[in-house]
Design a protein around this ligand. Structure first.
Ligand code: DAH
Length: 348
């Protein structure tokens, strides 16, 4: 048996192996239980004792050497594999990263911000008032009759009247009805503002309002309004119309068709309702407005000697912010604005 020949052959074959599977097979061929080296050991039993000893030793050396060839080759294969991996799976630092989800504003916030900005450029100042109001500011001061249906259980969220006296003190007014309610509109801020500011004035009041109503596609129990008030010496319905048309043009960035209808509100005389045309051609009411009723000025403590030509006069309006959003974004259900469904909100 030529051990040297076997060693060379094994070496050559092992060096040609390129993957670990193949090495397994080759290992079996040479060093397995029935491999070529095992055959040499088997053949020893037929030899004379001296020969057996000599050949046995040589076979042991050979076995070790072949084992080393395998170890060596395995290492090499592993090294080239990781080299290949390194070159083919290199991290490309010039690739754009995965985009992080960014927060964004709610459609109602977008509409409010937009609308406020437009009115500010027209000289209106932002004013605010409390959501928890008194009957005086929400109804009485606005000339709403005592028996007006809007005051009853159907429309107004009345509060149990044992509120914190501290808070009550902050928002109430002596000798006036201090019964507490959630404001049903932003109009009470007109009176609050005029109590502490002298005309001429122009304010725009964003805020949340509450109605004790069943909800449907056009009505929510809670929604947003944008109240406007302009008081000066010579303000007419024409000024109002011009300002509202300018606002709508800038807000919708297009000519939205609107119509003024005669309406009725206790705090204005005359009163109008303004409708805007929706994408489907139907009219939708978007705001109430009118010339401020003298009783409102009186309630706020303003001099209203209009007859003498020295008094103040003004116009006011209340816009449904949600309805502006429905029109602007062509949404057909107001409830979508309050459900916080991300599939809806992600579109803005
Ligand atoms: N406050 C009314 C409402 O909530 C809207 C409104 C109408 C406001 C006429 C006004 C106005 O300022 O002049 O329905």
């Amino acid at each position: 048996m030529d051990l040297q020949e076997l060693k060379n052959r094994a070496k050559q074959e092992i060096d040609k192996v390129v993957d670990l599977d193949e090495i397994e097979k080759t290992f079996k061929k040479y060093l397995g239980k029935k491999g070529e080296v095992a055959l040499i050991f088997d053949s020893l039993k037929d030899l004379a004792i001296e020969e057996k000893k000599a050949l046995g030793q040589e076979a042991n050396v050979l076995k070790q050497e072949i084992e080393e060839f395998f170890e060596q080759r395995k290492k090499e294969i592993k090294n080239t594999a990781s080299e290949i991996k390194q070159t083919t799976e290199r991290i490309d630092i010039t690739r754009p990263g995965t985009k992080m989800a960014r927060g964004h504003l709610h459609p109602l916030t977008l509409v409010l911000k937009d609308a406020l900005k437009i009115f500010q450029t027209m000289g209106f100042e932002i004013a605010q008032g409390p959501e928890l109001e008194t009957e005086w500011y929400n109804f009485d001061a606005l000339n709403v009759p005592k028996d007006h249906p809007a005051r009853d259980m159907q429309d107004t969220f009345w509060l149990r009247q044992n509120m914190s006296t501290n808070y009550k003190k902050q928002i109430t007014n002596n000798n006036k009805s201090n019964k507490l309610l959630m404001r049903t509109h932003t109009s009470p801020v007109q009176v609050r503002y005029m109590e502490t500011h002298q005309p001429p004035l122009r304010i725009i009041v964003p805020g949340r309002v509450f109605r004790n109503e069943a909800t449907d596609a056009k009505h929510e129990a809670q929604f947003y309004q944008l109240e406007g008030l302009m008081v000066d010496k010579e303000v007419s319905a024409c000024n109002f119309k011009a300002i509202i048309e300018e606002f709508l043009k800038r807000f919708f960035k297009a000519n939205v068709e609107i119509r003024l209808r005669p309406g009725f509100f206790p705090f204005t005389e005359p009163s109008f309702e303004i409708d805007a045309k929706r994408a489907d051609g139907k009219w939708m009411e978007i705001m109430g407005a009118g010339m401020t009723h003298p009783n409102v000025f009186k309630a706020a403590g303003l001099n209203v000697s209009v007859s003498a030509g020295h008094g103040w006069c003004g116009f006011a309006f209340g816009v449904g912010v949600d309805r502006l959003a429905l029109l602007k974004y062509k949404i057909n259900d107001i409830r979508l604005l309050y459900q916080n469904d991300m599939r809806f909100l992600e579109q803005f």
